[in-house]
Design a protein around this ligand. Structure first.
Ligand SMILES: [Zn+2]
Ligand SMILES: [Zn+2]
Length: 221
């Protein structure tokens, strides 16, 4: 049964110091190393297999570390190695720049996504028609292009046309800088889009005539 250690007891037997095992280097370079010192010895073992410092640039010499200095002195690429390294650095930098530009280009050329509301229950990009409004004839659509312009399209009808009942609320990032007012169809009245993205209709005609959003575009910047 295990004994519970209590705070007022004193320990009598200290654990003996851990014995560090000495082993000869596996490459038989003549050095003995401890298990924890083996990694440090890697950095200096004269028998470690190494390649030429210019291996990446075409020198295929390989040998032991103690032979490396002699090879370096005789290596045909020795004179041009600093220039080659500089060029390789520049190529790395330019590759990174190209990757960044390619990512920006992909972002810039990706097609706009049109969000469709097909009926009063449909939710697209968090947006739904409210207060009795329904798409008429075709869907209500909205999108934002890569220049930061929001485009609306479609015809809606049948809902509450007053300043207390929003038709819908556009998502974050799709709001105009200032309120915009447009004619929502000659028979019907005016449409207001406020900086919070709420769209309101001011009725002047019969609401079943429908409100057209075709051609409505505005900047979000
Ligand atoms: Zn060694
Ligand atoms: Zn070489």
């Amino acid at each position: 049964m295990p004994r519970l250690w209590r705070g007022n007891e004193t320990r009598t037997a200290a654990a003996p110091p851990q014995q560090l095992c000495q082993l000869p280097c596996l490459r038989a370079c003549g050095t003995t190393v401890t298990r924890t010192g083996a990694a440090a010895h890697e950095a200096e073992c004269p028998l470690l297999a190494v390649k030429c410092a210019a291996a990446d640039f075409g020198c295929d010499w390989s040998g032991r570390r103690h032979q490396q200095a002699a090879h370096t002195a005789a290596c045909g690429l020795r004179g041009v190695l600093p220039a080659l390294r500089k060029m390789a650095e520049r190529i790395d930098e330019q590759s990174q720049r190209i990757a960044t530009l390619e990512a920006q280009l992909a972002e810039h050329t990706k097609p706009s996504v049109w969000h469709h509301l097909r009926d009063a229950f449909c939710v697209a990009n968090g947006v739904t028609l409210r207060n009795g409004w329904n798409p008429a004839k075709s869907d209500f659509w909205f999108t934002k292009d890569r220049h930061g312009f929001v485009h609306l399209d479609g015809i809606i009808r049948g809902g509450n046309a007053d300043s207390d009942h929003a038709v819908l609320t556009l998502p974050e990032g799709y709001h105009p800088r200032d309120s915009i007012l447009f004619n929502g169809g000659q028979a019907f009245g005016e449409v207001l889009i406020d900086p919070l993205g709420d769209i309101y209709v001011q009725a002047t005609g019969a609401k079943d005539d429908g409100i057209s959003f075709g051609g409505v575009s505005f900047s979000t910047r």
